[in-house]
Design a protein around this ligand. Structure first.
Ligand SMILES: Cc1cc2nc3c(=O)[nH]c(=O)nc-3n(C[C@H](O)[C@H](O)[C@H](O)COP(=O)(O)OP(=O)(O)OC[C@H]3O[C@@H](n4cnc5c(N)ncnc54)[C@H](O)[C@@H]3O)c2cc1C
Length: 397
């Protein structure tokens, strides 16, 4: 006879582990199934930057979702650290988004016209930038200064969420889910390599591997793999006092473990035919990315000529066609919720995704929370593969 739980979550990345944690916190009986290891997917490769700047968020509900998730972190991190004894290397700092060329200044100022209605930010001159950090390049046009940003270690966050969920009664099972069980239009559980598990609701949070389930659902789950590489450097000077990014040169963050993270490569660093790595993650580091990322970092912070390379990381992001997450019920099916396709923002948006999914399940799957209306899978009904091909081209973080 199949085991039975309230909810099966497929995939223990930051998104799936967040969902398990938020559900377990409400006393819901959860099994979190992971085919490889906790944090073995995209979540181990992320910078862990929780930033509202950049092009990922559009005006309106998308930005509000990002802001609400950013606001979840201080209490969530404190809770997880106290429950698990782990240090998530969380730092809440102002950030600077730098313009080194006119196109960057234009892009940043354009975004500011609406972003500053939600978050305090202002444009500062090169002199003001250098007062904050004199080691940055003299070739600056200015920067936007913003106070609502943070960064943490995404792998530690992932482990702490899964451990925290277990402490609250969730069960983590290392097993691959091979398919879905159904009874008519209702999904009733999962098939695994070690037997079936029946449940009230299945949450598919399998990152870029989520399309495995589209046949069982008879509905498209358009998630591809978008490669990204970044570097960890050892730099002997003082840490940077702010979190730094620029549209064309990526991020530069002094982590709390003393290493400096720089990168990442994104869509425009790859040829169109390399953007989609099929059904799997590309963990191969390349010399081309190493040289490119190092050069971009030195453009921003010339003294990094003296830094040494500690580690190069390569992984892939779960890319959706519009770069927005896919969250919510599948049209025509009951008992299943998608929480996938978070592209460049899965760490940032993990907690708020979990909050919305939990609200939906706790309410008996009757009413979709307003916060995820724009992320519903229904927007991809009838999608063809061709629509998918342009999404990753302009991913810069
Ligand atoms: C270089 C780089 C930098 C990034 N920087 C940031 C950043 O600064 N901020 C940010 O917010 N995001 C960032 N991201 C994006 C972020 O990493 C992803 O959006 C996020 O990790 C997605 O989380 P996930 O849980 O959906 O997927 P994953 O972490 O990939 O987790 C999915 C899990 O599902 C498991 N799984 C798959 N299929 C099955 C199955 N059939 N049965 C059981 N288990 C299964 C996998 O093994 C995996 O563990 C970055 C990504 C990269 C590559």
């Amino acid at each position: 006879m199949a085991d039975t739980v309230d909810v099966v979550v497929v995939g223990a990345g930051v998104v799936g582990a967040s969902v398990a944690y938020y559900l377990a916190r409400e006393g819901i009986k959860v099994s979190l199934l992971e085919r490889e290891a906790i944090g073995s997917g995209s979540s181990a490769h992320a910078t862990g930057f929780i930033s509202l700047l950049g092009t990922e968020f559009a005006p309106g509900p998308s930005f509000q979702f990002g802001l609400d998730s950013y606001r979840e972190f201080p209490a969530l991190v404190a809770e997880l650290e106290s429950e698990t004894g782990m240090d998530l290397l969380y730092q809440r700092r102002p950030s600077l988004r730098l313009a080194l060329e006119q196109s960057e200044e234009d892009l940043i100022k354009d975004l500011m016209t609406w972003q500053k209605e939600h978050v305090a930010m202002h444009w500062i001159t090169p002199e003001e930038v250098h007062e904050l950090e004199p080691r940055l390049t003299p070739s600056l046009l200015g920067a936007v200064y913003e106070d609502e940003s943070a960064q943490l270690d995404s792998y530690r966050l992932n482990l702490a969420l899964a451990a925290g969920a277990e402490r609250k009664g969730s069960q983590t099972i290392q097993r691959k889910v091979t398919g879905l069980l159904s009874d008519g239009n209702r999904i009733t559980g999962v098939r695994t390599e070690g037997g079936d598990i029946s449940c009230g609701t299945v949450v598919i949070a399998a990152g870029l591997w989520s399309p495995l389930f589209q046949q069982d659902l008879d509905f498209p789950i358009p998630v591809g793999a978008l490669k990204g590489e970044r570097l960890l450097l050892k730099y002997n000077g003082d840490p940077l006092p702010v979190l730094i990014s620029s549209p064309r040169r990526g991020h530069m963050i002094s982590r709390l473990d003393g290493f400096l993270s720089v990168g990442s490569t994104g869509g425009r660093d790859y040829d169109e035919d390399q953007l989609y790595q099929g059904e799997d993650m590309d963990r191969v580091t390349t010399q081309r990315a190493r040289v490119e990322i190092m050069q971009r970092a030195i453009d921003v912070f010339p003294d990094l000529e003296n830094a040494s390379l500690v580690q190069q990381l390569a992984g892939s992001r779960p890319l959706s066609p519009d770069r927005q997450p896919i969250i919510g019920p599948v049209p025509g099916k009951e008992g299943v919720v998608l929480a996938t396709g978070h592209t460049t923002k899965g760490i940032h948006l993990g907690p708020i995704t979990a909050k919305a999914v939990t609200e939906y399940i706790k309410g008996g799957c009757k009413k979709v929370p307003n916060s995820i209306e724009m992320f519903l899978p229904a927007r991809f009904e009838g999608l063809t593969q061709a629509d998918f091909q342009t999404a990753g081209l302009d991913v810069d973080e």
